[in-house]
Every structure is written in structure tokens, then in C-alpha cells.
Design a protein around this ligand. Structure first.
Ligand SMILES: NCC(=O)N[C@@H](CCC(N)=O)C(=O)O
Length: 670
């Protein structure tokens, strides 16, 4: 580090405290918003699964395309500090826009609980997501590098510890937010009507982004702020462009071939820069198959969350929301990273196996493929249970309504017979339960719970369905001035018809009198079945992602570490685009088949990657650079030597000349 750090605590610059806290809050903000995003698309904006998944992955892809932009702005223009400040403001505005877009009351003019001008909500949320992608991606390559800048050259150990703590902060922030924001989303809130509280679920991440910004600004006086060094990316592009042009100009056979096509830039560019670009290109070539890993990895937040909505979230007395299942990933990261580093890798080494970074990444890919096979098996289990439920539904409702029709005909004149409300034939969304009442009494009955009112149910008539969350619910039934209570427990995704018999006696409770018909059974496949797929994908992430980050850093030349980091993040962006393309092209009718397709594609890509990795030779960029510098110095020494020799000879000649002239002068004077 070129600057001086004044304040240090336990050998660490105090400034990194602000950077680490900033990262924690920023990742909380990002992952918290992302955890509920696909459900917001589906249930608030009312998009179908495919559109929700497509827009989700487009957003994630954009978040990993913008790091290139952030790196260019920081390196060539504003510097990292200012780039982080300005883009964090953009980011916070985006989060606020998302929170506002989720307030249904803004356009709910008829106050029925649903937005009346969906265009307003869609446009505002899309603008918000664009600003967030610009902010989060833009600052991503800057914050880590800015943290690294705070250390002096002799603080290598501390810098390494900083990066570990930094990674743990990422996952700590992500863990907390993926627990908290789904809880906030599951709350009911609103001014005129109570709806799922997406505005709060986006509002808290917005507040955390503001905290991140304030914390970063508070540390301002303590940072080492390196000046922008000029845009290395531009130099790299120009050098590659020149090499291609020069090669094309000299395409005829009369020109001797060069060892590497980049050597055609030698006429104009420094040999060291050319060597550095060769190192980068070698790694970038190896990156080509990597996006497929991210294609599978990032479906945790979309397809897997949607899968969880069709499952049973009861863990004893604890109820897990579908989007909260994503917390399994950071929990496993926080435990698996230390276990891998201190137990698994040393054990493999002890067995005499050379578990190189590229081998680890290959195994990481295979683990991700296994995770998708697990997801497919879970999906098959869900599909089978649904088929059984549909059969049960058809048989129970047929029997039930045959029975009701008999009662209607007996008690009710044709003019009073009301048509039956449309039966639900598929599982209610979001793990809710669809409930309706049938009034078999000769008087009207009002049924209500704190969260819903079934309204006044006419004699021998049906109420509409109401969606009710899981857990214990107490219904209050009113007829004139008489009332009674009926309580029952609901699971996830069921449908019930409750029958109020003509013989109902109102009293303190009517528990025994009301009969329930289970039209659709609650979700029976337990969410715990998703744990194996989360375990495999996270173990894969530790082997692939953590190793990949380290590999990208260690194989990059000193002045292009950021270039390769941007390249690494670019593979994540491409991976998310592949989800869109494959899902769109394949259009498989069965979800499990799509999971198997993705797993097979990753195995195929993994095979190609292992062949490429076999031919890769690891390098020590610092050594190569030192060699070049030595050669240049030796050349310089030679040149200096030659120059000195020439100067001496010239001086000699001059002095002889001078002597001659002096002699001549002397002779003339004499
Ligand atoms: N477990 C998620 C995680 O650690 N994510 C990191 C790295 C993501 C990536 N694709 O490189 C993060 O910075 O969010």
C-alpha cells in the first residue's frame, strides 16, 4: 500500500471495520430483497411461474454484468471511494422504489385489497430493480478491493484474514436477511385492507442500505484512498485489438509465424503487458464452461423457492416459510467453509491426493448436479402426492355434494337454491388454505375470523373461498344475536368445506356440531426433504466458488486482479441468462424433467471443463512479472552500459577533438 494508515487496532487498520460493516448491511439489503422477489412477482404482480423466474434471473444477471461498469468508473475516473458512495445512493433509491411499488393501497381505489393500476407497480418495481442492479453490481468489485487497499505491503496475513471475515460477513448478512424478510412478508399490513406485507419486506432492506451508506461515510476520514490508475481494461482491449489487426495485416505466408497471436502486438506494446494479457486470456478461456454452475446455483432463489411453496413447512412447533428455506445456504456456508479448510482439504492432502483448485472446482460442479437430481426426486414425490390428493378431492367432493343436493332439495324451494361457487381444483397458492362454509340452517349465518370475513351466508347456501394461513384458527359464527366459536388447525395448501348443520345449537362453542370435508389435503411432502439438495449445492459452492475466487486472484497478473474478478462475476451473469434460454427453449411440461435436464447439462459441461483443466499449467504471475522486469532491467543495464561506453567514447573523441583544438589554439596563439 502506498499510503499511510494512522489508526490501527490489533495490527488491523481501523478503517476496515467500516468496510466490513458496510458489506454486512449491503448483503443484508441485497439478499433480503432477493429472498422475497420471486414471490412478489408471483403473488403481488400476479405473474406466472415462468415470467417470475425469467425476470428474477434477468435481474440477477444484470447484477453481475454491472461490476465491469463499476470497475471502469472506479479505475479510470472517480476512484473506488467516490464510486462506492455514488452507486450506494443509486442502490438505496432503487430499494426505496421497490418498497413503494409494493404498497397496494396506492392504487387500490376500490379498496378490495388488490392494486387497480398494476402498470404503476410493475414500472416502479422494474425501475427499482434496474437501479439496484446498477448499485449492487457496480460497488461489488470496488468494496473488496477498497478493503484490500487499506493494508500495507507487509500486512499479507492480515489482508488474508480480512478477506475471510469479509466472506463470512457476506453470508452473515445474507443469513439474517433471508430469515427476517420472509417473516416480514408473511405479515398482513395495509391502510384500507390487509395484504401480505411486501412493502415492509423491501422497506427493511432499503433501510439497511441507507445504514450501509452512512457507516461507509462515517469511516471516510480513516480510509486510504488510492488515486484512479487509468483504465487497465481499456489498455487490455486496445492491445488485443492491435494484435488482431496486426495479425490480419500480416496474414500472408511471407511473414514468419509468431509463437502466440498476442505476440503480434509487440510492435506497439510493452512485452510485459502482452505477457500479462496472455495469462488473463488463458484463465478466461478456462472460464468458458463455468456459467453452467451458476445456472444451477442461482435457481435456489427461484425454482426451489417455488417448489417449497408446495411443501409442508412444519418443523415441530416451528413453521418455516417457503422463502426461508434459502437460509439453509448461508448456514451451511458458515459451517462448511471452516470444516473444508481445516478438516476435509488437509485430510485429502494427507491421503496423498493433490486436490488442486481446478480439481476442487470440478468436484463442486458434480455436487451441484447431484443437488439437482435430489431436487428432481423431491419434485416427483410432490407430483405423486398431488395426484393422490386430486383423486381424494374428486371422490370426497362428489360424495359430499351428492349428499348436500339431497338436503337442498328437501329443505329449500327451487327459487332459494343458490348455485355452488366454483370448486377449487388445484392447490391454493403460497401454501395458504382455501376455506368455505355451507349453511345448512334455515337462517342466515355470519362467519368471521380476525383476518377474513366470509360474510352473511344465506340459508342453504355457500360462502366464497377465503385464503387462510397455516396454524390454529378460531371461527366466530353469528346468527342474529347468538354466536358460537369453532377452532381448527390448518397445515399448508389444503382446502376445506365446513358444513353448518340445520341442527346447530348456538352456545359457547359449536365444536362438535360442525363437520369438515377435506377437499384438498394439506401439503404432505415435508420441506426438510429440500435439505439434501441445499447441502449438495452449498458443498458445491464452497468447492467451486470460494476456490474459484482464490484461483482468479492467484492466477491474475498484479495489475489485472480486478479484470479477472470482473471476468469471474461475468460468468455468474451468463449463468443466469442460460436459465432463461434453457427454460424457454426446453419448455418441459414436468418440473422434475427440467431439473434432470439442468443436472445432465452440468455433468456434460463438467466433463469438458475437466479436460480443459487437465491441460492447464498453474503459473506464478509475480515470478513471471519479476522475470520480465529483470530482463528489462538487464536490457536497460546493457543499454546503459552501451550508452555509457558510447558516452565515454564520445567524450574521449570530444576530448581528443578538444585537445586537438586546444593544441591548434595554442599553436595559433603561439
Ligand atoms: N453464499 C452466497 C455467497 O457467498 N455469495 C457471494 C458470492 C456470489 C458469487 N456468485 O460470486 C456474494 O458476494 O454474494
Amino acid at each position: 500500500m502506498a499510503g499511510t494508515i494512522n489508526k490501527e487496532v490489533c495490527g488491523y487498520p481501523l478503517s476496515i471495520f467500516f468496510i466490513v460493516v458496510n458489506e454486512f448491511c449491503e448483503r443484508f439489503s441485497y439478499y433480503g430483497m432477493r429472498a422475497v422477489l420471486v414471490l412478489y412477482f408471483k403473488y403481488f404482480l400476479r405473474w406466472d411461474d415462468d415470467l417470475a423466474t425469467s425476470i428474477y434471473h434477468t435481474f440477477v444477471a444484470l447484477c453481475y454484468l454491472t461490476p465491469i461498469l463499476g470497475a471502469i468508473v472506479a479505475d479510470s475516473w472517480l476512484g473506488k471511494f467516490k464510486t462506492i458512495i455514488y452507486l450506494s445512493i443509486v442502490y438505496a433509491i432503487g430499494q426505496v422504489a421497490m418498497a413503494v411499488s409494493a404498497i397496494h393501497d396506492i392504487t387500490d381505489t376500490d379498496r378490495d385489497g388488490t392494486p387497480d393500476n398494476m402498470t404503476f407497480h410493475v414500472v416502479l418495481s422494474m425501475v427499482g430493480l434496474f437501479l439496484i442492479a446498477l448499485g449492487t453490481g457496480g460497488i461489488k468489485p470496488c468494496v473488496a478491493a477498497f478493503g484490500g487497499d487499506q493494508f500495507s505491503d507487509h500486512q499479507d496475513r492480515q489482508r488474508r484474514t480480512f478477506f475471510s471475515v469479509f466472506y463470512l460477513c457476506i453470508n452473515g448478512g445474507s443469513l439474517l436477511s433471508t430469515i427476517i424478510t420472509p417473516i416480514l412478508r408473511a405479515q398482513d399490513c395495509g391502510i384500507h385492507s390487509q395484504q401480505k406485507c411486501y412493502s415492509l419486506a423491501f422497506g427493511v432492506p432499503a433501510a439497511l442500505m441507507l445504514v450501509a451508506l452512512v457507516v461507509f461515510i462515517v469511516g471516510s476520514g480513516m480510509y486510504y484512498k488510492a488515486e484512479p490508475q487509468g483504465n487497465i481494461m481499456l489498455d487490455v482491449c486496445k492491445c488485443i485489438g492491435f494484435a488482431i489487426k496486426n495479425r490480419y495485416r500480416h496474414r500472408s505466408n511471407q511473414y514468419p509465424k509468431r509463437q502466440h497471436w498476442m505476440d503480434w502486438a509487440e510492435e506497439k506494446y510493452d512485452k510485459l503487458l502482452i505477457a500479462q494479457i496472455k495469462m488473463v486470456l488463458k484463465v478466461l478461456f478456462l472460464y468458458i464452461p463455468l456459467p453452467m454452475f451458476w445456472t444451477l446455483f442461482d435457481q435456489k432463489g427461484s425454482r426451489w423457492t417455488l417448489q417449497a411453496t408446495t411443501m409442508n413447512g412444519y418443523f415441530g412447533s416451528l413453521v418455516i416459510q417457503p422463502d426461508q428455506m434459502q437460509t439453509v445456504n448461508p448456514i451451511l456456508i458458515l459451517t462448511l467453509v471452516p470444516i473444508m479448510d481445516s478438516v476435509i482439504y488437509p485430510l485429502i492432502n494427507k491421503c496423498g491426493l493433490n486436490f488442486t483448485p481446478l480439481k476442487r472446482m470440478t468436484v463442486g460442479m458434480l455436487l451441484a448436479a447431484i443437488a439437482f437430481v435430489c431436487a428432481a426426486l423431491v419434485q416427483i414425490e410432490i407430483d405423486v402426492s398431488r395426484k393422490q390428493l386430486l383423486y381424494l378431492f374428486i371422490s370426497s367432493s362428489h360424495f359430499y355434494f351428492f349428499f348436500l343436493n339431497l338436503i337442498f332439495r328437501k329443505h329449500c324451494p327451487p327459487s332459494h337454491q343458490h348455485p355452488r361457487t366454483d370448486d377449487i381444483t388445484s392447490k391454493p397458492q403460497e401454501g395458504n388454505n382455501a376455506i368455505r362454509f355451507v349453511n345448512g340452517m334455515k337462517t342466515a349465518v355470519n362467519v368471521s375470523i380476525p383476518a377474513a370475513n366470509f360474510g352473511l351466508i344465506e340459508p342453504f347456501s355457500y360462502s366464497n373461498y377465503s385464503l387462510i394461513k397455516n396454524g390454529k384458527v378460531t371461527f366466530t359464527l353469528w346468527s342474529g344475536s347468538q354466536s358460537c366459536e369453532y377452532s381448527t388447525d390448518f397445515g399448508f395448501g389444503s382446502s376445506y368445506t365446513f358444513f353448518i348443520p340445520s341442527t346447530l345449537v348456538f352456545g359457547p362453542n359449536c365444536q362438535e356440531s360442525i363437520t369438515a370435508a377435506e377437499d384438498i389435503k394439506p401439503n404432505s411432502v415435508h420441506m426438510a426433504l429440500q435439505i439434501p439438495q441445499y447441502f449438495f449445492i452449498t458443498a458445491g459452492e464452497v468447492m467451486f466458488s470460494v476456490t474459484g475466487l482464490e484461483f482468479s486472484y492467484s492466477q491474475a497478473p498484479s495489475n489485472m486482479k480486478a479484470v479477472l474478478q470482473a471476468g469471474w462475476l461475468f460468468t455468474v451473469a451468463i449463468g443466469n441468462f442460460i436459465v432463461l434460454i434453457v427454460a424457454e427453449l426446453a419448455k418441459l411440461p414436468k418440473q422434475w424433467a427440467e431439473y434432470v435436464l439442468f443436472a445432465s447439462l452440468l455433468v456434460a459441461v463438467c466433463f469438458i471443463f475437466s479436460i480443459m483443466a487437465y491441460f492447464y499449467t498453474y503459473i506464478d504471475p509475480a515470478e513471471i512479472e519479476a522475470q520480465f522486469k529483470k530482463n528489462v532491467n538487464e536490457d536497460d543495464e546493457d543499454n546503459k552500459h552501451k550508452l555509457q561506453k558510447t558516452e565515454v567514447e564520445m567524450n574521449k573523441r570530444d576530448s581528443i577533438k578538444c585537445h586537438d583544438e586546444d593544441d591548434k589554439d595554442k599553436q595559433t596563439k603561439m
